[in-house]
Design a protein around this ligand. Sequence first.
Ligand code: NDP
Length: 244
Amino acid sequence: MSERVALVTGGSRGIGEAICRRLAADGFTVLVASRSQEKVDAVASSIREAGHTAHGLALDLTDISTFKDIVKQIVEDFGGIHVLVNNAGVTADNLMMRISESAYDDVMQTNLKGTFFLSQAAIRPMMRQKWGRQINISSVVGLMGNVGQANYAASKAGLHGLTKSMAKELGGRNITVNAIAPGYIETDMTQNLNPDVKAAFLKQVPLGRMGQAQEIAHAVSFLASDAAGYITGQVLTVDGGLYM
Ligand code: NDP
């Protein structure tokens, strides 16, 4: 068992997978979590093949009733939770006029409500350890809004309020809570965008390109480290300069 344990939601692919790989390379025992046991086991096994420590964990953010038992089991099996990266997220894009109640609920359930209660469940072990890092992966869309993403933007803006409130409540316990707001990152979530929309979007990015999942993982690595111990309640944009 390594000294510090990191739980990463949405670790089965994309940004979450890159975060898992980076934190494992940093020396954390990484718990790769998503709804699919098969997929997280595959990511964890490939991390182990690279010589690091990782395990797959089935966790569905819409199933809040399971969180306390999952956290208890992690503490029993691995000795604690030092870093929680709330990365899992979904979209159900449409114009505001056309967003159904179920499209609103699906996005809120995973992105905000699930994250809220998993963060809550992880507080107790972090308090006992007198050390903790919670890192919420939000989005620049939560800062600047976006056409066709009112439900998603509201969920991500909600994460910013959660981040700052938790940072204020938990600072005295040596637990930092920050958000990373990615811009436009190349993953499954963005691969089906219309090329014209993509080109128009990239014109607004001073660095003129999409970001890579590893570039979010590097920022997570820093915020999870001892070096970031005096940073809390912040929203760090990693977006090629899109929002400033
Ligand atoms: P992907 O769609 O590639 O991956 C989403 C991840 O979330 C998957 O691992 C999926 O795993 C997991 N997931 C979805 N629903 C649940 C659930 N109910 N419970 C547990 N896990 C779940 O997304 P990205 O990697 O692109 O995005 C990662 C995060 O970054 C998201 O929060 C996203 O909003 C944010 N972001 C992404 C940007 C981008 O440009 N890509 C830009 C800004 C923010 P599985 O299906 O196996 O359960």
